[in-house]
Design a protein around this ligand. Structure first.
Ligand code: SAM
Length: 286
C-alpha cells in the first residue's frame, strides 16, 4: 500500500471510498512524512514494542507503527474508516484494528491479553476535545504504560510541560508531571493536516515515572488542593482553599501548614511546585 504520508495517496484513498470527514470525531489526518518520522523517533518505537494507537484515521501513522513495532492495536471510533483501514493496512500481519471508543475500552484487559501485562507505548494524533480525559484516564487507571506520545493542540502541550510561576502552569501541568516527564518534541502547523485545523499542534512525549516523584499520603486530597488553588487563580492560596466547598480545612490550619513550609501567608498557588503541593497535602491530611 502506498505511503499515506504523501498527500496524493491520502486524497486517492479518500476519493475511492467517498469518505466524508466527521467534525464530531475531530478528524484531521496527517499528511507530512517528516512529522510522522518525528513521532516514531520521539516514541523510540522498536521491534520489542506493543503499541496502542488511538484514532488511526485512514491508517497513516499506523503504517509507520507497523513497520517499527512488534505489534500494534489501533482503536478507531468511526465505522466508515474500518473498511479503509482494512485496505491501507492489508500488507501488515502485526496489526489489529478495533472498532470502538477508547474511553469505553478496557485498556487494562487489552494490555493483559496482548502484551501479558507488560508496559505498552501509546501513540496518538488525538481529537482535541478528548485529549485530557484520554490522557488522565490512562494515567489515573495505573495501567502498565511506558510512554504516551501524542499530537495535541499546541496550547495544551505547553500547559502540560509548564513550570511553576508561568502563565501556562496549572492543574493539568501538575497532574501530567505527577505521572510522567513531558517533553514537546515538535511543533506542527495546520498545513500538515487534511483538512487543516484552526489551531497549531504539537507532539508531546510523556515518559511515565517508574516511581511517583513525590510521596503523598492522600492523592485525592492533593489533587483537590491543586484544583481549588487554580480555580481561583487570582486569590491567595489561603483564600482559594478556604473558599473551596470540598476542602474542609480551616483558615488557621492552612496558615499553619504554610508556615511549616516556610511559605508566606499571601503565597499564590501558581508558584507552588509539585513537591510543595505534596507537602501541603501531607500536612493538611494530618
Ligand atoms: N491518526 C490519524 C492521523 O494521524 O492521520 C487520524 C487522526 S484524527 C486527528 C483523530 C482520529 O481519532 C479520527 O480518526 C477519529 O475518528 C478518531 N477518534 C475520535 N474519537 C475517538 C474515540 N473516542 N475513540 C477512538 N477513536 C476516536
Amino acid at each position: 500500500m502506498a505511503d499515506l504520508g504523501n498527500p496524493k495517496n491520502t486524497i486517492a484513498i479518500l476519493q475511492k471510498y467517498n469518505f466524508n470527514f466527521q467534525k464530531k470525531f475531530g478528524q484531521n489526518f496527517l499528511i507530512d512524512i517528516r512529522v510522522l518520522e518525528k513521532i516514531i523517533n520521539a516514541a523510540k518505537i522498536t521491534k520489542n514494542d506493543f503499541v496502542l494507537e488511538i484514532g488511526p484515521g485512514i491508517g497513516t501513522m499506523t503504517q509507520y507503527l507497523c513497520e517499527h513495532a512488534r505489534e500494534v492495536a489501533a482503536v478507531e471510533i468511526d465505522k466508515n474508516l474500518i473498511p479503509i483501514l482494512k485496505e491501507t493496512l492489508n500488507i501488515y500481519d502485526n496489526v489489529e484494528v478495533i472498532h470502538g471508543d477508547i474511553l469505553k475500552i478496557d485498556v487494562e484487559r487489552l494490555i493483559q491479553e496482548k502484551n501479558y501485562g507488560n508496559p505498552i507505548k501509546v501513540v496518538a494524533n488525538l481529537p482535541y476535545y478528548i485529549t485530557t480525559p484520554i490522557i488522565m484516564g490512562l494515567f489515573e487507571s495505573h495501567v502498565p504504560i511506558d510512554s504516551i506520545t501524542i499530537m495535541v493542540q499546541k496550547e495544551v502541550a505547553e500547559r502540560m510541560q509548564a513550570s511553576p510561576g508561568t502563565k501556562d502552569y496549572g492543574a493539568l501541568s501538575l497532574a501530567v508531571q505527577y505521572y510522567a516527564k513531558p517533553k514537546i518534541v515538535a511543533h506542527v502547523p495546520p498545513n500538515c493536516f487534511m483538512p487543516r485545523p484552526a489551531v497549531g499542534s504539537a507532539v508531546i512525549c510523556m515518559h511515565k515515572h517508574q516511581e511517583p516523584p513525590v510521596q503523598i499520603a492522600d492523592e485525592k486530597l492533593m489533587f483537590a488542593l491543586i484544583r481549588a488553588s487554580f480555580n481561583q487563580r487570582r486569590k491567595t492560596l489561603v483564600n482559594g482553599l478556604n473558599n473551596a466547598p470540598n476542602i474542609s480545612c480551616s483558615k488557621q490550619q492552612i496558615l499553619s501548614a504554610l508556615q511549616a513550609m516556610d511559605l508566606p501567608d499571601n503565597v499564590r498557588g501558581e508558584t507552588l511546585t509539585l513537591s510543595q503541593f505534596a507537602q501541603l497535602s501531607n500536612l493538611l491530611g494530618n
